[in-house]
Design a protein around this ligand. Structure first.
Ligand code: AMP
Ligand code: MN
Ligand code: MN
Ligand code: MN
Length: 292
């Protein structure tokens, strides 16, 4: 058999992953490495959506230009919700705007204080851990529970990353500390003022028609449909509601660099959206910039 023909990939429509993390927040791979892995997975475009920072986007974009991958800026914000905490993806945000920089600096300062509170709670539980061990894991990135989990793993207090969440860091566990959360409208207003697009992330079964209608009135533009935490019936309902409420669809793997998929994070390439979904987000962003 002619071996070279076997390696020709099937002709398929180009796809994108619009939810990805790097070492700029709580991911384990550098922004450049994420881009190279996206190319290897056959993607045509990505959005880098680190928590409370756009610090990885410049590196990802430069690597994207080098290897021929379209890279769009993004940031994952945490906001208040009726059920506790909701995540918002801001797409096509500028990297150098002082309003965004100031807002994110405050978020990161809150995260630093929360990191110290988690270490304090762990120490009161008898775990011998220091703040230094957590900051060393974060390497300057906004401190998140995954950095505390990795410190606990390195200290052999736990045998796995999941055990750290199950025993200490998950919501309702003894070292869980809630974030200080801004209102959804505050983040939506900011992202829109910057010419960005506001998407609701992994809403799962929370996304009732009433919830989406209210969020839309407060500035929601898009809703994440494809996400590893969404079973097929949730995707169908979100897709119907997006159509009915004139919200753009989005989606992605929420990959943090892990080798194996989990219920909330899949592997890069496992969760994709048509490139046309990204085009629609960019068109909306461009119209906002023109209007500004
Ligand atoms: P934080 O933003 O500090 O509250 O940390 C939340 C991050 O921790 C998420 O973005 C995930 O990357 C990770 N995470 C949350 N819950 C779990 C869990 N149960 N098991 C593993 N990772 C989790
Ligand atoms: Mn995360
Ligand atoms: Mn999230
Ligand atoms: Mn995420």
């Amino acid at each position: 058999m002619d071996d070279s023909r076997a390696r020709v990939p099937p002709l398929t429509a180009p796809v994108a992953d619009l939810h990805l993390h790097s070492t700029a927040s709580d991911g384990t791979l550098s922004p450049s490495e994420v881009v190279r892995r996206a190319v290897a997975a056959g993607l045509a475009a990505i959005a880098l959506t680190d928590h409370d920072t756009v610090a990885g986007v410049a590196e990802a974009s430069a690597e994207g230009r080098r290897v021929g991958l379209r890279v769009v800026s993004g940031c994952e914000f945490s906001v208040k919700a009726a059920w506790g905490e909701m995540h918002v993806l801001g797409y096509c945000v500028p990297l150098d705007d002082p309003r965004l920089a100031q807002f994110l600096t405050t978020c990161r300062e809150h995260r630093r204080g929360r990191g110290e509170a988690m270490v304090g709670a762990l120490r009161r539980l008898g775990v011998s851990i220091n703040q230094d061990e957590v900051t060393r894991q974060a390497k300057g990135a906004p401190i998140g529970r995954p950095h505390v989990a990795r410190a606990l793993l390195q200290l052999r207090v736990v045998q796995s990353f999941d055990e750290a969440f199950d025993r200490f860091l998950g919501r309702g566990r003894p070292a869980f500390v809630a974030k200080q959360l801004p209102a959804f409208a505050t983040v939506a207003d900011l992202v829109r003022a910057l010419g960005g697009v506001v998407a609701g992330a992994h809403l799962r079964e929370r996304a009732s028609r009433e919830v989406l209608e209210r969020l839309r009135r407060e500035g929601l533009d898009a809703v994440e449909i494809h996400h590893p935490g969404h079973p097929p019936e949730v995707r169908r309902r979100l897709s119907d509601l997006a159509w009915a409420l004139d919200l753009l669809p989005t989606g992605g793997s929420d990959w943090h660099g892990e080798a194996e998929a989990s219920p909330s994070h899949s592997t890069i390439g496992d969760e994709t959206v048509p490139l046309a979904w990204l085009d629609a987000i960019e068109v909306l962003s461009a119209s906002r910039r023109t209007a500004a």
